[in-house]
Ligand binder design. Structure first.
Ligand code: NAD
Ligand code: ISD
Length: 434
């Protein structure tokens, strides 16, 4: 049995950032092992739904490993496999953990090998929700693709190339982050894309109708069709193609599904407290079992609502949280007693030539105040004002890093914006863009 002072279970973004934090804080050679079922050391996952899909079409700028190993996305060193060996970190790739015995501090690999630890960090992430889980007929056919890891990305890039030879039609199911980014990627690769999603607008959990309209205009100009308010009701396979039904029946060479993600908690069921579908942790990322920590997509941590000030356990499926929570757990394990994890929700995306950031919350009952040159789709955004004119969320398309930093600080500082006559809130009430 091999023994380690610290084991990080999972090889996603968080693993690379935890390793970086351990090294920065004087980790000794031989103390850390990282276990992943993937064949690669940690990489910046956001690239997969953005630069990776530019594949054949834009090879000069397509993201490919080793180019996007962590921590290049967070402004750090590119940690290729040699980085880990130089630091004395054991990185077990192609290694699936099939049993986690937290009481005995032991992990069993699919090979039968057992590893023991003094401290464990769980960063098992999330997996795509499958349409088979909803019992959609034909959802298990070839021709349907999901996107979560490099293997998925490679399969998809190959399918894009094959589809271009065979009609060039693609369908994207889901109007969320994957749907929006993948549709742009497939379209940029030369495919004719139709998006199908149940909501009345793209990325409806964040974008106001006004913001969504700008992106929808762009997608329309790129030839991307949208079937809104609809769910696919089934698939039929014909000659390697997929025929999908949604009121009508249409053919496509390839279908990409992005209908959400589920946290990977199964190994720990009955052993750890669960909250919000994830592993419950405190402000040090410590779970309900001593010496076991959880970070990234799988962790449900105490999050203070910007709007209400209330604290509740929440998961955040975003790379910034992966990075910060991983560093937090590393510091806690090293006895550095970091202040309780204080996270401001953040999301960003890039589609075609556009690029946006969002800080805070976008509650339905807040007043949304739009600003900027939305018709030109250049620099514009939205502020969400809660009770008393308190700024609870801010969206910015096309601004500079300094602009984004100002908005972030304003949301983090719960800036109050006058809502009396002539103020921003009044402008919003009148429906004006300011
Ligand atoms: P999502 O939650 O963003 O979007 C899911 C979409 O699928 C929604 O439009 C939803 O209504 C739709 N949907 C749900 N069930 C459906 C069904 N039965 N039929 C048709 N549509 C259905 O999830 P996602 O886009 O799949 O993203 C997965 C994960 O990856 C998330 O954690 C996301 O945060 C992350 N991600 C983030 C970014 C980013 O932050 N820029 C980019 C890519 C992925
Ligand atoms: O920013 C992102 C992005 O593009 C993702 O895929 O965050 C997600 C992470 O992978 C989820 O942690």
């Amino acid at each position: 049995m091999s023994s380690y002072k610290i084991i990080f279970l999972g090889g996603g973004n968080a693993a690379g950032y935890a390793a970086r934090a351990f090294v920065e804080n004087c980790l000794k050679a031989g103390e850390l092992a990282i276990i992943t079922e993937e064949p690669y050391v940690a990489y910046e996952r956001p690239a997969l739904s953005k630069g990776y899909l530019l594949g054949e079409f834009g090879r000069w700028c397509a993201a490919r490993l080793p180019g996007f190993h962590t921590c290049v996305g967070g402004g750090g060193e590119r940690q290729a496999p040699e980085w880990y060996s130089e630091k004395g970190i054991t990185y077990l790739t192609n290694s699936r953990v099939v049993k986690a015995d937290l009481a005995n501090k032991a992990l069993t690999l699919a090979s039968g090998e057992v590893l023991s630890y003094e401290k464990l960090i769980i960063g098992t992430g999330a997996r795509p929700t499958r349409l088979t889980e909803f019992g959609v007929p034909g959802a298990d056919l070839g021709g349907l693709f999901y996107l979560r890891d490099v293997k998925d990305g490679d399969v998809l890039v190959a399918a894009v190339a094959a589809t271009k030879e065979a009609g060039g039609k693609a369908v994207v199911i889901g109007g969320g982050y994957i749907g929006m980014e993948v549709a742009a990627g497939l379209s940029s690769s030369g495919l004719s894309v139709t998006m199908v999603f149940p909501e009345d607008r793209i990325l409806s959990r964040l974008l106001t109708p006004q913001l969504a309209a700008v992106y929808e205009r762009l997608y329309d100009a790129k030839g991307i069709k949208m079937v809104k308010g609809a769910k696919v009701t089934g698939f039929d396979g014909v000659d390697g193609k997929v025929s999908w039904r949604c009121g009508q029946s249409l053919d496509a060479g390839l279908v990409v599904v992005g209908v959400g993600a589920r946290p990977n908690v199964e190994l720990f069921q009955g052993q750890l407290e669960i909250a919000a579908g994830g592993i419950k942790v405190d402000g040090q990322m410590a779970t309900s079992v001593p010496d076991v920590y959880a970070v990234g997509d799988v962790a449900a941590f105490p999050l203070t609502s910007v709007a209400s000030g209330e604290v509740s356990y929440a998961r955040q499926e975003h790379v910034t949280h992966c990075r910060l929570s991983a560093a937090q757990a590393a510091k806690a394990i090293l006895g550095l007693s970091p202040p309780p994890y204080d996270y401001l929700p953040f999301f960003y995306s890039r589609v075609f030539a556009l690029s946006w950031v969002f800080y805070g919350e976008a509650p339905a009952d807040a007043t949304a105040v739009h600003f900027g040159d939305m018709p030109e789709a250049k620099c514009f955004g939205c502020l969400w004002l809660g009770a008393g004119g308190k700024l609870v969320g801010a969206f910015l398309e096309g601004g500079s890093a300094d602009d984004a930093a100002v908005l972030k600080a304003a949301v983090a500082g719960r800036l109050t914006i006058p809502t009396e006559e002539g103020g921003l809130g009044a402008a919003a009430g009148s429906g004006a863009a300011v």
